[in-house]
Write a protein that binds this ligand. Structure first.
Ligand SMILES: [Zn+2]
Length: 119
């Protein structure tokens, strides 16, 4: 026998029953738009927050794209949500890589300077 969780009370309900015995929730009654809402898979808030720490300007732009992506996702427009989500990630990925590259170059420079001073 298969069972599923009730979205209202999270109780286990046999798949053969359409009404939750715990709270009376009706399965299959919710409209499609709310079913596909869920979590935006193109969500990149982590990237945006990291971006805010490393490169605030790009992090801010990234968050704007993130919010636009989430807005499109809530409206049921997955294609647009994906587009804005990608932009949101791109806007922090590149500056963070550049920032890390600069730190690495800087550290190598310091190291070389230190070695040449010691010699
Ligand atoms: Zn229930």
């Amino acid at each position: 026998m298969t069972a599923r969780n009730c979205p209202e009370c999270n109780g286990l309900v046999a798949s053969t029953i359409d009404i939750c015995p715990h709270c009376g929730y009706r399965f299959g009654a919710e409209p499609k738009s709310t079913q596909r809402r869920g979590v935006n898979p193109y969500n990149s808030l982590v990237w945006s927050v990291v971006g805010l720490i490393f490169v605030p300007l790009f992090g801010l732009i990234s968050i704007i794209f993130y919010l636009m992506s989430d807005g499109r996702w809530s409206a049921g427009d997955a294609a647009e949500a994906e587009k804005y989500g990608r932009w949101s990630i791109q806007f922090v990925k590149i500056p963070i890589l550049v920032f890390i590259a600069f730190i690495v170059i800087f550290l190598v420079f310091i190291l070389i300077m230190g070695l040449s001073n010691a010699a």
